[in-house]
Design a protein around this ligand. Structure first.
Ligand code: ZN
Length: 565
């Protein structure tokens, strides 16, 4: 069956509820672990069906937002989501309180039980109205950002539409574009501060109602951090400060010399070469053809997987009227296949879709044997290991896509991975400050952000831009508003992906073997367990960051010598 033949029908919620409630009651009355496991299988079959229908509706809606049928279905699922959550809670409760819990845990693994416990800990009917308030505030932020209309180059533009000007070859255009972008945020400074202030206070209220001391504790539960603590994350950040910040500063210093500037200002940081960034040397058909060839050659596993993705039309990557922006990877567990959504635009980002999103999809496909929906994708910190590592496993084929720009691409890719990490940990430390000090004033928040920027991002030169000098930059970072404590996940995963980069240079076959092994176990283990299972060092362990970065810094230094200006 191809993607457009996957049959969609909205499940009848009342019928679903009756079936699941009956199964939960059978489960509670079951006389043995064996019997409970059989019932749990039936429960999961129903849940996989509901998940698949919900994902199918939202995917088809995002492919063509003008389609009225899927628009209505998508709205239905937005509303039905919490109802299904409630059914899940009843299932979790029954399983956690099973008289045969030890036997079930031995069979299913402990991770599902930890996730179920965390899910129950982070919810109570008492907080429903607070959660609605939190969602409303988060969408207020999204709406404000989406409402931006910036007059530039003779036209009104969105923030995304400013992107190409912000990387323009002409320094004056870049400066003007950044200034216009920042002016939008400064103009709405008070509103942004207010939205955030209310988010911090409603989140703190929710945490207290659920019995936590503050939202830091609840934030870790929401992110399903079953095996690491704020103290461990703080230790990771201090390793970044000591070992990565100097390398990132060095990367920017080389960039300054390459560009021939006397100093790099904040609007120069994303401008890497006078001759322009690396771009793919062909149209979307060319890119997909090269993708097939690459995955054919990479391994038998990727060959089978990618051919199936192409044969079943499981990639929708062309920019079309009515299509939503952005990109994502999802899965239809009932059909045991993943799906990739993207909008090719002629930049190196198109190749990232083919490596990063395909990394997520490959893991989902390798995990298709797992029947518990909570366990196919792991937690976000681990998910990004699969995608970011696949980007590096694809390096030997980059020549096919980038031709004469290959060295530029590889250098920018690896250097970008390094320079992102200090920013990621600054965003994380900022949020620890915010939720540990929920009554800090708006000015105190901004000066804390500016203090962190100076520590972790000493190469950011705002050149007198008042709002940025006062600590306003973080208003642009949506995660800080919508998904607290998410950001560190990218940096933890990147440290793991960089270890794969190192390992594949030493022994490609062994590194690939570890990677596939890691993909196959999906989310059946916690982050630190998965890291150990993939023969990687934990980013929290003393010495890990240093051991990863030294070889990479040396590679970058050598590669920089060969780069064009
Ligand atoms: Zn990703």
């Amino acid at each position: 069956m191809k993607f457009n033949e996957f049959k969609y029908a909205r499940p009848d919620f009342e019928e679903m509820k009756a079936k699941l409630t009956a199964l939960v009651s059978d489960f509670k009355n079951a006389a043995s672990a064996k019997e409970q496991l059989e019932i749990f299988d039936e429960i999961n079959m129903l849940r996989r069906h509901a998940d698949t229908m919900a994902n199918l509706a939202s995917t088809r809606h995002s492919i063509d937002t003008r389609d009225e049928f899927y628009d209505a279905e998508n709205t239905y699922w937005d509303e039905a989501g919490p109802l299904y959550e409630e059914l899940n809670a009843a299932i979790y409760e029954a399983i956690l309180n099973s008289a045969f819990r030890d036997e079930l845990e031995a069979k299913l693994g402990t991770q599902f039980f930890k996730l179920a416990e965390y899910s129950l800990k982070s919810f109570s009917p008492e907080i429903i109205s607070d959660l609605q308030e939190e969602n409303r505030l988060a969408s207020d932020y999204d709406k404000l950002i989406a409402s931006a209309k910036i007059m530039f180059d003779g036209e009104e533009r969105t923030l995304a539409g400013m992107g190409k000007y912000m990387q323009d070859k002409d320094q004056n255009v870049r400066e003007a574009a950044w200034t216009a972008r920042i002016a939008f945020f400064e103009e709405h400074e008070e509103k942004l501060d207010d939205i955030y202030d209310q988010l911090v206070s409603v989140r703190t209220k929710i945490a207290k109602k659920l019995g936590f001391n503050n939202f830091v504790e609840l934030g870790y539960v929401r992110m399903n951090r079953t095996d690491y603590t704020p103290e461990m994350v703080a230790n990771f950040r201090s390793q970044v400060k000591e070992f990565i910040v100097p390398v990132a500063s060095e990367i920017y210093e080389l960039q300054r010399k390459r560009l021939g500037y006397d100093k790099l200002r904040y609007f120069d940081l994303n401008f890497k070469f006078q001759s322009g960034n690396a771009t793919p040397k062909g149209d979307p058909d060319f890119i997909l053809e090269q993708g097939i060839k690459m995955y054919d050659e990479l391994s038998p596993e990727t060959k089978e997987f990618f051919n199936l993705m192409m044969d079943k039309d499981l990639l929708d990557v062309l920019n079309k009227p009515g299509k939503q922006g952005g990109g994502y990877c999802t899965e239809f567990t009932e059909f045991a296949v993943p799906f990739i959504f993207a909008n090719f635009n002629g930049t190196s980002g198109d190749i990232d879709v083919l490596t990063h999103e395909v990394g997520h999809a490959f893991q989902s496909y390798e995990s298709r044997h797992l029947s518990i929906p909570e366990l196919t994708f792991p937690t976000y910190d681990s998910c990004e290991i699969h995608s970011m590592s696949m980007e590096f496993f694809c390096w030997p084929w980059m020549e096919n896509f980038f031709k004469e720009d290959t060295e530029k691409y590889k250098y920018t890719h690896l250097a970008g991975a390094i320079t992102f990490i200090p920013y990621g940990v600054a965003v994380d430390e900022f949020q620890h400050f915010i939720y540990a000090n929920p009554t800090a004033t708006k000015t105190q928040r901004k000066s804390e952000w500016r203090r962190l920027e100076k520590q972790y991002l000493p190469f950011r030169n705002f050149d007198g831009a008042d709002y940025l000098e006062r600590g306003g930059w973080w208003h642009q970072q949506g995660h800080i508003f919508s998904t607290p404590f998410y950001y560190i996940d990218y940096t933890l995963a990147q440290i793991c992906a960089l270890q794969f980069w190192k390992n594949m240079h030493e022994d490609q076959e062994a590194a690939w073997h570890d990677y596939v092994k890691l993909c196959k176990v999906g989310g059946t283990k916690s982050f630190t367990e998965l890291v150990a299972y993939g023969n990687l060092k934990s980013p929290f362990a003393d010495g890990c960051v240093e051991s990863v970065i030294s070889e990479i810094a040396a590679w970058l230094k050598e590669a920089a010598k060969q780069l064009p200006s």
